[in-house]
Write a protein that binds this ligand. Sequence first.
Ligand SMILES: Cc1cc2nc3c(=O)[nH]c(=O)nc-3n(C[C@H](O)[C@H](O)[C@H](O)COP(=O)(O)O)c2cc1C
Length: 185
Amino acid sequence: MKIIGLTGSPREGSNTEVLVNEILKGASEAGAETKSYNLVKMDIKPCIACMHCKTHGSQCATEDDMQEFYKELRESDGFVVGSPLYFGQMSAQAKLLIDRLFAFYNPEAGDMERKKVAFTFSQGNPDEATFKDYYDYIRNVFEMAYDLVDVLVSKGNQLPGDVKNNEHNLAKAKKIGKEMASKMF
Ligand SMILES: Cc1cc2nc3c(=O)[nH]c(=O)nc-3n(C[C@H](O)[C@H](O)[C@H](O)COP(=O)(O)O)c2cc1C
């Protein structure tokens, strides 16, 4: 069982990274092997919609750091994507990753629907309901292609590491990690 974590915040000590690592910790405690990537440090180019992946067995033609991640993803049982909320959406760094996952979007092949996926967002606004439509949309889109475990939203985080004072969020993150590592098919 292998679970990969991907952090899409550019800040050092970001709340997003704390949450992703807590999910990975939960997975690790449940026996999973884990690996963590910081998207900000990776060279990930935008999807150019060339459709090469659709005629070449899900192989993306763009040569960049995604190639390593594609390999990891094939070998993994699931992955967690973390992002700060920027203007009501995931960060640009996280979106680059998501668009490039189109290479694996092939419901007929059924490759990905067994992969477990979790999302975690950190937002500054103390009211989660303000962005409910966006979080619901993330749930709906990812449920179509993956086994979505959960979307964890941590609210009211202004400074890097604020979430460390939020025991409820940390416990929830760990629980998600454990669930990712234990759900069997
Ligand atoms: C460009 C930018 C846009 C932001 N937009 C929002 C927003 O729409 N809603 C919100 O609640 N917080 C917003 N924030 C605040 C961040 O989401 C918040 O500080 C978050 O906890 C940062 O996560 P991090 O510590 O993982 O980087 C924004 C911050 C930046 C830099």
